[in-house]
Structures are given as C-alpha cells and as structure tokens.
Design a protein around this ligand. Sequence first.
Ligand code: NAG
Length: 403
Amino acid sequence: MGIKFWGFLVASVLVAYYIYSPIPENVENRWKVMLIGAVFKAVGDVATIAEKLGFAHYMDIIMKITAMDYTPPVSDEKVIVTDTRFNNVPVRLYVPKGQPDSLKRAVIFLHGGGWCLGASSMKSYDHLSRRTSERLNAVVVSVDYRLAPKYRFPVQFEDSYAVVKYFLQSKVLERYNVEPSRVCVSGDSAGGNLAAAVAQQLLHDPEVKVKLKIQVLIYPALQTLDLNLPSYKENGHLSFLPKSLVVRFWSEYFTTDTSLKIAMETNQHVPAESSDLFKFVNWSNWLPERFKRGHIYTTPSHGSSKVGQKYPGFLDPRAAPLLVDDVKLRGLPLTYIVTCQYDVLRNDGIMYVSRLKKAGVPVIHEHAEDTVHGAMAFTESPFILTAGQRIENNYIEWLNENL
Ligand SMILES: *[C@@H]1O[C@H](CO)[C@@H](O)[C@H](O)[C@H]1NC(C)=O
C-alpha cells in the first residue's frame, strides 16, 4: 500500500475527528454548525499544544488568531464610526447620520469572549453594532474592556462600569444628542454577564442619576457555583462552547493558579462556608418544568481544598449576578434574555428569568430551540447561521419597539 493510501487514511481520520461531533438533529444549519465547531476544535487543539510546548499562553494564541478578524472603524453614508476612549477605556462609537437634530436612543454594548477574548473591532461585533445603530438610529457604544489573562476580575467589570457611568452623565448624553430615558445596556455571553452585573450595580450607585431603560442579556453566563446544571450535563461536549472551555474562561477570570480550574472541573470549588449561596442556583426551584428535562437535583459538593477561599472572586455578584437576594434585583430595568437550547449556559439565563420575575422585574424571554451558544456571531457570509440571524433580527426589532 502506497503513501497515497496512508495519506488518505490519515486525512480521513482527521476530518472525521474534527468534523464529526454529535450535533442534535434539529439544529438549524447542522452541517455548517459542525464545520464551524470543527474549526473551533482545531484552534483549541493548536492552542493547547502550543501552550504545552511553552510557546505562549492558550488565550494569547487564540487572541492572535481572532485578531485576523479585526476591522478598522469605517464610516459610511449612514453611520460615523470612530475609536475613542470614555473614562480612559477604549470604545468603538457609532453615531447615526439620520435625523441629526432629533434626540436619539443609545445602546451600550459589551462583547463576549469569556472575559479573555473578543473585541468590538471583530467583524461580527462591528457589523452588529453598525446594524443596531442604523436600524434604531441609535448611538452605539461598544466597549473594549481589558481582558484576562493579563487583567483579572474585577478589571473587566470595572472598565465596563466606568464606560456606562461616563456615558450616563447629562453632559455626555447631551453631547451625543441622546435622550436620557432611552439608554440600554446589552451584551452576549461574557458580555451578558458584565451587562447584568453593571445593571445591578447601577441601582445602588447614588452618583448615577440617569436610569437604564433596558438590559439585554444574550446567552449570558451568570454563575459558576454549579457547573453541573442540566444544560452543562447535556451540552458540555459540544465544540461550540465545551464545558472545559467555560471552566477555563471562568478560572482565567480570577487567577493563573490552575488549581481553581481543576477544582471547577469537578465542581468542588465552593468553600463549605459559602454553601448558603447554593440556594441562588438551585435549579430544582428556578427552572420551569419543561427545562428540567428529567434531570434529578443533587446539591453540589463543597470543596475540600482551600482554593475557593483563596480566589473568592467567583462568589462576588459582580462576577456572578445570580448570587444576590431578591432585594438587589428589585428595580432592575425591563429585561430581554436570549437562551439557546444547545448551550451549557442555557440554565444560567433561564434561572435569571425566574429570579427576575419573582422580584417583580418585567422580563421577556426568547428561547431558541434550534441552535448553539454564540449563534448570533455568525451572520456574515460564508458562515451564516439562520438561527443567528433570527436572534439578531428579533433582538433589534424588539429594541426598536421598546427602547
Ligand atoms: C434545592 O431545592 C430543593 C427543592 O425545593 C430542596 O429540597 C433542596 O434542599 C434545595 N437545596 C439547596 C442546596 O438549596
């Protein structure tokens, strides 16, 4: 047997290994999802190997790869796009040209990427902000908060908060011709986490007089106490956002010490003295029946290791907005939450829907039955996911009616 045969065999095994992942039947654009998943898996493997060989940090390698996707700020006939700084934090600003004299609405957007990756200049985020600005004739502020592993919690939160606080000042709103009663904060994934945390903090900040009208949380991460929720059990292996990557993101948010990651992998990171917090993520109380999907609740075990006490950031509501009493939720603005069926973070979002409702906050919950985490990032050719376009359209349309 010749070299061709062996070459063919090796290539087939690699293709099968990367492409084949058990994607559920009803996922929209199933083959495209598998293909994108294969690319994710390959990128992750390259980064893992390079890190093991000591070339660079895992996240820095992925960052370099995603940097190929950056696009400069380009204005067109409808929107003026500039990179600037608010309160010393870099932002990409989108100011619509339409109806220059009328007061505008505003969206402050926080991108995803597990607190480690992503940028407002990534094509998918740049295009989303541009479309949001155009269609709503709104000012969009897309925030480039600093990232892990270089910067840890609470830097990501504080940068986001600094921008929101800066923008909500009367003189700044006036400068951009924004109507103070029509400002929203929005984010996807880790950005949804930051948006939820920012909205909570604003409620109790006496220095901020202008209130948010809306918060939008698109498949947000909201807690790390229980990484064994039904959505983790069902989707932990999917290459779109495997549990291993979520654990890596969460632990990188707090420390370089890999013992936190190891403790999180086995759900043993919560110190015994913090076990009263489990009630906030007790899914047997917070998931509606149809989302329990036959799973049986068991209380997560406490960590015997001291690692949770050493890095208590993950117990802080600024990192885990689910971990607060109802009192802290009361008064939050009208909320729009998107969750996806095939997403480890599905239950985080759904539990927050229940918690907010119980606290009397008006909530709109949009659940996408047919897609995976991050779908909204795939709205540009050649990797268009129909479900992602639908989520984006519904979101912008809803904002148009409610903001
Ligand atoms: C979770 O909720 C169930 C049902 O209400 C309850 O029996 C259990 O004690 C709770 N566990 C924790 C840790 O809150």
